[in-house]
Design a protein around this ligand. Structure first.
Ligand code: THU
Length: 147
């Protein structure tokens, strides 16, 4: 498994995915960090699945936006076909937000199932950083390791 061809989105597709992530972020439940995050997953059939961070009074139980989006995608029956991901933080002004380490691993599960290497759009108010998931998580541990 080495991932499929590199994904590129035109500016309209890219903006639509980012807009979906911003819409999701507006649903965030982040009263403790006051750092709302949204994620949008684009699948190769054009479907978009979104998520927001969901915090908890027991702080360590909080769920990241990307993890919520991946859980929703699995629940909807998705097992691969992940083409691109947008991650936005409503408080990310200068430096684009990047998926945390745990979310990189969670995203890798759905990517690995379909042997894709999704484009990850890391977004701030000022810029978009475009990286592949494999660049964010080199030598990832995945389902193939378990045989
Ligand atoms: N957060 C995400 O939702 N995704 C990430 O990749 C980074 C962090 C959330 C977790 C927490 O609710 C808030 O951002 C501050 O860490």
């Amino acid at each position: 498994m080495g991932g499929g061809a590199e994904v590129t989105l035109d500016s309209t597709q890219e903006q639509a995915l980012i807009d979906a992530a911003f819409a999701a972020a507006r649903g965030a439940y982040a009263p403790y960090s006051d750092y709302p995050v949204g994620a949008a997953l684009l699948f190769d059939d054009g479907a978009v699945v979104t998520g927001c961070n969901v915090e908890n009074a027991s702080y360590g139980l909080s769920l990241c936006a990307e993890t919520v989006a991946v859980a929703k995608a699995f629940e909807a029956g998705r097992r691969g076909g992940l083409a691109a991901v947008a991650v936005v933080g409503l408080k990310a002004d200068k430096e684009p937000i990047t998926p945390c380490g745990r979310c990189r691993q969670v995203l890798n599960e759905v990517a690995a199932l379909g042997d894709t290497d999704p484009l990850v759009l890391c977004v701030s108010a000022e810029s978009v950083r475009r990286v592949t998931l494999s660049a964010l998580l080199p030598h990832a541990f995945g389902p193939a390791h378990l045989g």
